[in-house]
Design a binder for this molecule. Structure first.
Ligand SMILES: Cc1cc2nc3c(=O)[nH]c(=O)nc-3n(C[C@H](O)[C@H](O)[C@H](O)COP(=O)(O)OP(=O)(O)OC[C@H]3O[C@@H](n4cnc5c(N)ncnc54)[C@H](O)[C@@H]3O)c2cc1C
Length: 461
């Protein structure tokens, strides 16, 4: 039975970062993955969706060519096969780069399905394509098995496509019904509406994008008005096949309604990938949705077994998983535990306009706050790029001016939200940010302007 210092289960962002951190510090590491290295993020999440959204952006700009003083007389249409190839090429390049990085670090990548056994053993089924089973053992184990999509438990749920299936792009439908108006649902809504599909979103909650600052959300709704039909406080009851189409039956609180569509997408959340891991066999505690319970060092209740990434729940984002993977590995292999510094997790929504935020929003009760704004209609770069709708909002502590939150809506704001993380975690004040020299013309100037607005409001109060 081969022995390692560390076994990592799952080669997504949490798992591969955990493995790299272990190998970097000289430990022997086995990384077990049942599908492809890169996990959901690289193969069926962040990367393929953003590749598709880039095509949607180009398509939309081309359909608006006259606004940009470009003449185009030919037909503008989506090349579905070309799009699939482009997506696969991007994934392949990143995946091969990652594989080389892992192998170069001396990590043993094992293809197969992992299951925990007593005594820090891991049973691997289908190892590297074989029928047989193998058992390996380690001092420490990190579970980074991620999450998978939830499909609502309704009659006809088999007619709904999850995000992974949607990304295969079997067809480009004329109409789409998206069940769920969260981040993934709205990114799909944006993709399909941009390429000319009729999009209906059905959301059970009182609003879409429920974690977004209300003021930004209202701006988003104003800008996207007419792009998609959003139905909130509606519960899907059933999906029926009707010829080549589907009927979605939903309740809007008063009555039952039906809509007909070419494709139904389920984007209602994700569940932990723990069902076949053997958690109960080795006594690892998890909640009723399968999310593994860990302490502040990412250790489970079973000593020497850690977990990180989507599988422990909370905010499910790749950059959170990267960070947790590194910390879990450090905790597991250093015996010192990890450093407990509260970090800001920025959030991005790659719709058009994009939304990005970090830190607190207005709904969080804290000391007295002051808010500063910069409207992107006065931002030179935004006007030049034809996307002049949007804003940057800075929220600061009214007593000492410390920046608590930065919220942005507009073109490419996801590219500059990183600066909000520096400002918040670096504990900068509005006075300091108001004096940083930002390059011109860029959207980042709006952050300084919003900080200046905060500063002058504080001076006036
Ligand atoms: C459509 C979509 C779009 C997204 N877009 C973004 C985005 O823009 N930005 C962002 O930050 N996040 C995004 N996410 C979320 C992001 O993909 C996840 O938060 C991230 O992948 C979590 O990383 P992880 O390592 O915890 O898990 P995963 O990436 O899910 O990796 C877990 C790996 O473990 C493997 N595994 C599971 N069980 C076993 C087993 N028993 N044996 C062996 N291997 C196993 C799985 O095959 C998988 O490869 C998106 C997700 C989706 C679905």
């Amino acid at each position: 039975m081969k022995t390692y210092d560390l076994i990592v289960i799952g080669a997504g962002p949490a798992g591969y970062q955990a493995a790299l951190e272990g190998a970097k510090n000289g430990f022997s590491v086995a990384l077990i993955e049942r599908k492809e290295v890169g996990g959901t993020c690289l193969n069926s999440g962040c990367i393929p969706t953003k590749t598709l959204l880039e095509t949607a952006k180009v398509y939309k700009k081309m359909t608006e060519h006259e606004r940009y003083a470009v003449q185009c007389n030919g037909e503008i249409k989506i090349d579905r096969e070309g799009l699939i190839k482009r997506k696969e090429d991007v994934i392949f390049k990143l995946r091969e780069g990652l594989r080389m990085l892992l192998l170069g670090a001396g990590i043993e990548i094992i293809r197969g399905e992992a299951k925990l056994q007593e005594g820090k053993r891991v049973l691997i089924s289908g190892r590297n394509g074989d029928e047989g089973k193998d058992v390996i053992i380690a001092d420490k184990i990190i579970i980074a098995s991620g999450s998978s999509e939830l499909v609502p438990d309704v009659v006809g749920k088999e007619y709904m496509k999850g995000s992974t299936e949607v990304l295969e792009l079997d067809s480009i439908p004329k109409s789409v019904c998206i069940v769920g108006g969260g981040v993934i649902g709205m990114e799909f809504a944006h993709f399909y509406s941009s390429i000319g599909c009729e999009v209906k979103v059905i959301e059970a909650l009182p609003d879409i994008l429920c974690n977004v600052d209300r003021q930004l959300l209202q701006t988003f709704k104003n800008i996207t008005s007419g792009a998609y039909d959003v139905n909130v406080e509606c519960i899907v009851k059933a999906v029926r096949k009707k010829g080549d189409c589907f009927e979605v039956v939903y309740e809007d609180g008063e009555s039952e309604k039906t809509l007909t569509t070419d494709m139904v997408i389920a984007a209602v959340g994700r569940r932990a990938c723990t069902e076949n891991l053997g958690l109960n066999d080795v006594g690892i505690l998890h909640d009723d949705k399968g999310f593994i319970l860990v302490d502040e060092n990412f250790e489970t209740n079973v000593k020497g077994i850690y977990a990180a990434g989507d599988v422990i729940g909370g905010i499910m984002l790749a950059h959170k998983a990267f960070d947790e993977g590194i910390k879990a590995s450090y905790s597991a292999l250093s015996d010192n535990g990890c450093e407990h510094v509260k970090k800001t997790i920025p959030q991005c929504i790659y719709t058009e306009p994009e939304i990005a935020y970090a830190g607190i929003g207005e709904e969080i009760e804290t000391n007295k706050k002051v808010k500063g704004y910069c409207n992107l209609a006065s931002n030179g770069r935004s006007l030049a790029s034809g996307a002049d709708s949007g804003m940057v909002k800075v929220i600061a502590d009214a007593e000492n001016g410390q920046i608590l939150g930065i919220h942005m809506i507009g073109e490419n704001v996801t590219e500059i939200i990183g600066s909000a993380v520096y400002a918040i975690d670096g504990e900068f004040t509005v006075d300091e940010v108001a004096e940083f020299i930002m390059p011109h013309p860029t959207v980042s100037e709006a952050v300084r302007e919003a900080a200046r607005d905060c500063k002058s409001k504080m001076e006036r109060s």
